[in-house]
Write a protein that binds this ligand. Structure first.
Ligand SMILES: NC(=O)c1ccc[n+]([C@@H]2O[C@H](COP(=O)([O-])OP(=O)(O)OC[C@H]3O[C@@H](n4cnc5c(N)ncnc54)[C@H](OP(=O)(O)O)[C@@H]3O)[C@@H](O)[C@H]2O)c1
Length: 286
């Protein structure tokens, strides 16, 4: 029998990437991709009804409230999507014996560490987005045993709006950019993350729990922008600045330790530069 997978929030950049790769698996997997207009995960009745009417082996939750600055004012909305709705998904997964693959964030940490965060490190979010995502994680752990919570960082892809695409497009228009050096982290590609999610599913991995997934290496937003500018031969267009005021505070250091993923995956993760280049190559051909 084919494995059945529900992907919620399928119009986001991760959802779109998972959908694009899904064509490699249609022989063995039946996919149902639902964007917000088709299934709003905050509508408990609709979610319950959908799980009753359809049987799924996995639910990959790509739905999230991801505007980190706006979350500081739209607090209820952030918690509704990132926490309450996630609890409801977890309850439905429990009832129907569906494994939940949920994506979380490096922003559950406060950034005071100076070495890469491991899964068991103490969480202490410093913004509303991080708080709401952490509560979502806690609800999953409360209700479910068969879950994968995958924390990732600085996500980008060729789809939608993200830092890599924004900087690429601005530099192509020859804009001069000042980018901050104060935050350290690791850019992570939606395709690399999607491949790990497919690895979990197609290998029927049952080592449930929390995992940290990012590329390898460390940089700053300035370092990432400089890398993009070098690709475009426009490195003089990018200048470092110490900081830039934003509504939400962000962790100064949110590098994730990937050892647990690498042990499971049995292959080394890519360097962040290599994965960014794949997207840049694609963008330059558009
Ligand atoms: N982006 C990052 O840098 C980053 C970093 C670390 C972790 N993450 C996590 O990675 C995951 C994927 O992020 P992403 O970058 O792919 O986010 P994204 O592009 O913003 O996609 C999120 C999707 O969820 C949808 N959505 C919002 N509310 C919903 C609801 N109530 N019901 C159903 N769908 C809803 C959004 O639709 P609308 O656009 O129509 O609202 C959007 O299509 C998220 O869990 C995020 O927290 C992201």
């Amino acid at each position: 029998m084919k494995t059945r997978i529900l992907v919620t929030g399928s119009n986001g950049q991760l959802g779109k990437t998972i959908k694009e790769i899904s064509t490699d698996f249609t022989n063995s997997i039946v996919f149902v991709f639902l964007e917000k207009s088709e299934l709003d995960i905050t509508n408990n009745k609709d979610v319950e009804h959908f799980f009753q009417e359809n049987k799924f082996n996995y639910c990959i939750n790509c739905a999230a409230y991801t505007n980190v600055d706006l979350a500081e004012t739209e607090i209820k909305k952030a918690f509704d999507v990132n926490a309450k709705a996630v609890e409801n998904l977890a309850i439905n997964c429990k009832t129907h014996n569906t494994t939940l693959i949920h994506v979380s964030t490096d922003y559950v940490f406060d950034g005071t560490k100076h070495t890469p965060y491991i899964e068991s490190d103490i969480t202490n979010p410093i913004n509303t987005y991080g708080e709401s995502k952490l509560l979502g994680e806690e609800y999953i752990k409360k209700h479910l045993d068969n879950y994968f919570i995958i924390r990732t960082s600085w996500l980008y892809s060729k789809f939608n709006k993200n830092f890599v695409k924004t900087i690429f497009n601005k530099l192509k228009m020859n804009e001069e950019l000042s980018i901050i050096t104060s935050q350290k982290g690791t850019p992570s590609s939606c395709s690399d993350l999607s491949n790990f999610i497919y690895f979990l599913i197609t290998n029927d991995i049952k080592n449930y729990g929390t995992y940290h997934f990012s590329a390898t290496g460390v940089t700053t937003w300035y370092g990432l922008a400089l890398h993009i500018s070098k690709f475009l031969n426009k490195s003089s267009n990018v200048k470092p600045i110490k900081n830039y005021p934003t509504k939400a505070q962000r962790p100064l250091y949110s590098v994730l330790n990937n050892n647990k993923v690498e042990e499971l995956f049995k292959k080394p993760l890519k360097k962040w530069e290599e994965s960014v280049d794949e997207v840049l190559e694609h963008l330059s051909k558009e």
